[in-house]
Write a protein that binds this ligand. Structure first.
Ligand code: AMP
Ligand code: GLY
Length: 427
């Protein structure tokens, strides 16, 4: 297995964290990022090619051994199909399998067909049908646009009027354009959320430690939904019995069902779950690592991440013994001033010298996301979620203390972060 040249597609802290993990394998010599960010250029070479066929040309020309895809959009656009047709190794799900994330309607129908637990729902493009279904649900009511909406396509309506108005705006195309022309209306599940990841080669799979994200912007679970403001793993909220239920009722039947349907799932299956009275329900699937979940899972691998992803892409996952440390990991997202409402003025990032010198740097590290760099190598916060401060420790408290100690050493104008990441583990 030649791991010497690897390309990572994406530009966030998720992709940066994969790069850090992959580089721990001494067989990896050169990293490329498409497009990468202002900090990935210090770990490898940033390539500015967005056309998927041209990117495949580049990979061929450079003899890159493996391509790893971070975000969902290129997967849904068929990057894996294009690369595999040309005999290029790539870790990610095919265009058809990516419909698990790309279409809520596809996903809900699939779950129903295989009897996999999820919220009761109606999928429709009819306003009359929507109204009838809404009138028979209890409040609040969850309305989802069918297509990809950058994480914003879910509205939780607290009145019947709001539910009907939202459906009307989606179906008319006013709210999310064509992504909203079909909707899923579903019952509200009241519990706690959990992220479970399975690496799959289409046949076999390995579960990763269960993680918890924090989607709301502000401490205390207030404010608008975001892409995720912090995460930790493994979460002690899950015992073996619940993990077993998740595996046998959700993950395994999903991967088996996809195979049976002729869409074997290769890549990372990310199950967004709601746990209600100790029973797992599927809220959503994503066909990629979560962000910031990836940033906190990557430091927990003791075995080679590069080898794992290579073997998964080659239908040989059974050959590897994945080793995960028994440490805990906490990541705090540091976002820019106006996130998630609008972009912010670029702000220079300064990291205190102490991080590089003592134990702060030993048990914690930075994953860089929305950053750019200037010719002198100075970093600027230019994106929404700028940095994830990650701490690792023997328990959640220790890992969290280390993450926050690091977060305090990172400075840029307007920085904001939640101060309660992992609170559910410490209650
Ligand atoms: P989704 O993209 O489907 O995961 O939805 C985004 C967020 O909306 C989830 O992370 C939940 O916080 C919330 N959500 C989605 N569906 C439901 C549901 N049926 N009941 C309660 N909350 C939900
Ligand atoms: N952290 C949630 C997501 O990546 O969608």
């Amino acid at each position: 297995m030649d791991l010497s040249k690897i390309l990572i597609v994406g530009s966030g802290a998720r992709e940066y964290s994969m790069a850090l993990a992959i580089k721990r394998d001494p067989r990896v010599k050169e990293l490329f990022f498409a497009p990468g960010n202002g900090a990935t250029s210090k770990l490898g070479e940033n390539i500015n090619i967005s056309d998927l066929n041209k990117l495949a040309d580049f990979v061929e020309k450079k003899n890159i051994n493996l391509t790893i895809v971070g975000p969902e959009q290129p997967l849904v656009d068929g990057i894996v199909d294009i690369f595999e047709e040309r005999g290029l190794k790539i870790f990610g799900s095919s265009k058809r399998a990516s419909q698990l994330e790309g279409s809520k309607v596809f996903m809900k129908k699939f779950l129903n067909r295989y009897d996999i637990p999820t919220a009761k729902f109606l999928e429709t493009s009819s306003i009359e049908q929507s109204y009838k279904f809404i009138e028979n649900l209890n409040l609040p009511i969850v309305i989802k646009a069918d297509g990809l909406c950058g994480g914003k396509g879910v509205i939780i309506a607290t009145s019947y009027d709001e539910a009907k108005k939202t459906v009307g705006e989606m179906l008319s195309g006013n709210l999310f354009g064509s992504a909203g022309l079909k909707v899923v209306i579903e019952e509200f599940l009241d519990g706690y959320e959990l992220s479970v990841f399975a690496i799959s080669d289409g046949e076999n799979f390995k579960l990763l430690p269960p993680a918890q994200d924090h989607k709301r912007l502000l401490t205390g679970n207030e404010g608008p939904n975001t892409g995720g403001m912090g995460a930790y793993a493994p979460t002690p909220l899950i015992d073996n019995e619940l993990m077993e239920k998740i595996e046998t009722r959700i993950i395994r039947p999903t991967l088996d069902g996809m195979r049976r349907d002729g869409n074997p799932f290769k890549g990372v299956l990310f199950a967004g779950l709601m746990i209600v009275n100790n029973e797992p329900y599927t809220l959503e699937f994503n066909v990629r690592f979560g962000d910031p979940e990836c940033e906190i899972l990557m430091p927990l691998f003791e075995s080679s991440v590069a080898e794992m992803l290579y073997l998964a892409s080659d239908n040989r996952l059974a050959e590897i013994d994945i080793k995960i440390s028994n440490k805990k990991s906490v990541g705090v997202v540091i976002a820019s001033k106006n996130y998630p409402y609008s972009s912010s003025q670029p702000a220079e990032i300064v990291v205190d010298e102490v991080v590089h010198k003592n134990e702060i740097g030993e048990h914690s590290h930075i994953s860089y996301g929305g950053v750019s760099s200037d010719e002198d190598g100075k970093l600027f916060a230019t994106g929404g979620r700028v940095i994830v401060a990650v701490g690792v420790g023997d328990n959640v408290q220790e890992a969290r203390d280390r993450a926050y100690l690091l977060a305090g050493q990172i400075h840029f104008a307007g920085k904001q972060f939640r101060t309660d990441i992992a609170y559910q583990a410490l209650k």
